[in-house]
Design a protein around this ligand. Structure first.
Ligand code: GUN
Length: 295
């Protein structure tokens, strides 16, 4: 059996189309577009690409996206001051600070300062707490994207065994909460988990969010399982003398070709979870804007 490939690019396009429509209605009703401010500190090349893509994707659906690119030596005080201004600006509906931050800046202080109502990343402890309590709030984008991909496979999660590999605040913990809310039986595994392959083999739904290239092998996957690969890892390719040969490629946390032979459905890398993250950010921005104006 070969798995169904869950096409994140296509699904993201349909989410964006819905957001575009919602934004048009918002503009007609309120006379302004929802505003998203993305803040990047430093010159990390991957973060530069991500944040530029976030700004571009916003503009494409009619959101007033703005990227603040600050130098790596920006002081913590200056960043907090900018966030204070964005918090106070009524035309700003969503604020996103790209992580990781330079070492001299406290991530906790920064995330805590963003108003929960504008926290489109869903990283503020108030939003994390609301999610853990099963109450409405802004939910992190990547986990939301994963849930949409699972739903697109037609799977009902009730009673299924889900294993989440990775316990980050950005992906592992929030996706575990979302799976639990859909009545799955959820285990969060991590680097200290004993006999991880055996645990993964019990999973009807396997979420890989560890950031280690192709760590999860094909024989860790239960026959027919749904595999959601959150990893985006750049790896070197073997030397090739062709002048235009690529030197690196992107791979997930799952050994895709091996896993595909056993899974019922699987997300590719690239083109799986990645495009869904940005689509869900746009959706969160529209949700935040609508919720703020409904108050
Ligand atoms: N760095 C890696 N993933 C993310 C994300 O989802 N949001 C932010 N702000 N930074 C990240």
């Amino acid at each position: 059996m070969s798995a169904i490939i869950l096409d994140g690019k296509k699904l993201a396009e349909s989410v964006r189309a819905e957001v575009r429509e919602g934004v048009s209605k918002f503009v007609a009703e309120h006379g302004r577009a929802p505003g998203l401010e993305v803040v990047l500190v430093g010159e990390d090349p991957a973060s530069q690409v991500y944040t530029r893509n976030k700004e571009k994707a916003s503009l494409e659906v009619g959101i007033r996206g703005k990227l603040h690119s600050l130098p790596a030596d920006t002081s913590e005080a200056a960043l907090l001051e900018l966030l204070g201004r964005l918090n106070a600006d009524d035309t700003v509906d969503g604020i996103l600070v790209q992580l990781p931050l330079p070492k001299h800046i406290s991530e906790q202080k920064v995330l805590d300062l963003v108003l929960p109502a504008k926290d489109v990343d869903g990283f503020h402890p108030v939003n994390a707490g609301l999610l853990a309590s099963g109450r409405p709030g802004l939910v992190p984008c990547t986990p939301r994207g994963c849930m949409k991909l699972i739903a697109s496979s037609g799977t009902k999660l009730l009673g299924l065994r889900a294993v989440v590999v990775g316990r980050s605040n950005i992906v592992g913990k929030p996706i575990a909460q979302l799976l639990l809310a859909e009545h799955a039986t959820v285990t969060i595994a991590h680097s200290r988990t004993k006999d991880l392959p055996a645990l993964c083999r019990e999973a009807d739904v396997l979420i890989a969010a560890v950031g280690k290239a192709e760590m999860i092998r094909g024989d860790w996957v239960k026959e027919g399982a749904i595999v959601i690969d959150v990893g985006i890892n750049r790896v070197d390719l073997p030397p090739n003398s062709a002048p235009d040969a690529k030197k690196t490629k992107l791979v997930g946390d799952v050994a895709f070709d091996e896993a595909k032979a056993r899974a019922g459905a699987i997300t590719p890398v690239p083109g799986g979870v990645g495009p869904m993250t940005i689509a869900c950010l746009l959706e969160n921005t529209l949700l935040a804007a609508s919720a703020r104006l409904a108050r």
